[in-house]
Design a protein around this ligand. Structure first.
Ligand code: A2P
Length: 332
């Protein structure tokens, strides 16, 4: 097959920019690249591999001359335009939640369930960013000793809510530092300057948020463990980039801390950084821009028997979004 012609829907957004960086970094072989966004951005120029490309307004007929389309402009845009791209003969890799739970749409983290790609019908879903980071660590445990249940708390960066949320965090922080009242939040649920809040996506009738539901249902689908229980609390924190997660797993069989560390260190996509005596553990500031998801603070659980407690950090714009989607395209 000749090098695929690529399009990015949402090219001007936080994940869109990351797509351009990742495609360049990995020297992704492509015939052409088409950058699509809302009519507001039409005519804007973005640099890719040293050349300027003009952003075009997304339209029904945007997909006639492309083979692979990365969508990252929200669920509504994906729902409306992804089927049009498939009808035009392209393969869609969708970063939104629109199709993730559809049974005929593979939900893929290539290091974990690459085989699921085989059955795709034109649309492949990229999982939620917090889910991608979590399943990379759950998969080796599941394979080695089996999982019973998972309790996870996330510490999610502002950029996970898009470029506008990141701008909002900067503006609010400047205001507080200047002794002023932060502006009313718009992209985020609350002002994030010198604050955090347990509210990512909307609340569901049972008191969990939709983000917390995604972590349950998407982990079940990716690991093919429909009975696995995942109790998540998702928190937005005033960090620019990289999500962190505190994880407690209840295992089927005993696994020592040393064996778990060895497993993690040998897992593609994961990096072990676990030297607390020297204050070495994963932090967002060190993993921003990195491909690997980092795991540290691995210890024997005190609540679940047998169980483990550990800490994860991953760049949610990179492995949690653009990189994972590009790896799916590479796997195809
Ligand atoms: P635009 O910059 O023109 O608004 P983020 O997640 O960082 O907020 O980015 C959202 C992305 O989705 C942006 O590239 C944005 O383009 C794009 N987008 C938003 N609304 C539309 C739309 N109606 N049609 C196409 N792209 C859209």
């Amino acid at each position: 097959m000749s090098a695929p012609r690529i399009a990015i829907v949402g090219a001007t957004g936080a994940v869109g920019h990351e797509f351009l960086r990742v495609l360049a970094e990995r020297e992704f072989s492509m015939g052409s690249i088409k950058l699509l966004a809302s009519p507001r951005s039409a005519g804007q120029k973005l640099t890719f591999r040293g050349e300027q490309h003009v952003v075009q307004a997304l339209a029904d007929d945007s997909f006639g001359d492309v083979d692979v389309v990365f969508f990252s402009a929200g669920g509504e845009i994906s729902r409306k335009f992804a089927p049009k791209a498939v009808d035009a003969g392209a393969v869609v890799i969708d970063n939104s939640s629109a199709f993730r739970m559809q049974h005929d749409v593979p939900l893929v983290v290539p290091e974990v369930n690459r085989a699921a790609l085989a059955g795709h019908q034109g649309i492949i879903a990229n999982p939620n960013c917090s889910t991608i980071i979590l399943v990379l660590a759950l998969q080796p445990l599941h394979q080695a000793v089996g999982l019973r249940s998972v309790v996870v708390s996330t510490y999610q960066a502002a950029s996970g809510a898009g470029q506008r949320a990141m701008d909002e965090l900067h503006r609010a922080t400047r205001a507080v530092l200047a002794g002023e009242q932060p502006p009313k939040p718009d992209a985020l649920a609350q002002s994030l300057a010198f604050n955090l809040f347990p509210h990512v996506d909307v609340f569901m009738p049972d008191g969990f948020t939709r983000e917390e539901d995604k972590m349950l249902f998407e982990v079940q689908k990716i690991l093919a463990l429909p009975e696995l229980k995942v109790d998540a609390t998702c928190v937005r924190v005033p960090v620019a980039r990289c999500h962190s997660e505190s994880v407690q797993v209840h295992l089927q069989r005993e696994l020592s801390v040393a064996d778990a560390q060895q497993l993690f260190a040998a897992t593609p996509g994961l990096e072990l950084l676990d030297d607390p005596a020297n204050a070495r553990y994963p932090m967002p500031i060190e993993y921003a821009g990195r491909d690997e998801v980092a795991v540290g603070r691995v210890r024997r659980g005190r609540v679940f028997e047998p169980g483990l407690t550990f800490w994860l950090v991953g760049d949610q714009l990179k492995k949690g979004a653009a990189l994972n989607a590009v790896q799916i395209a590479e796997a195809l």
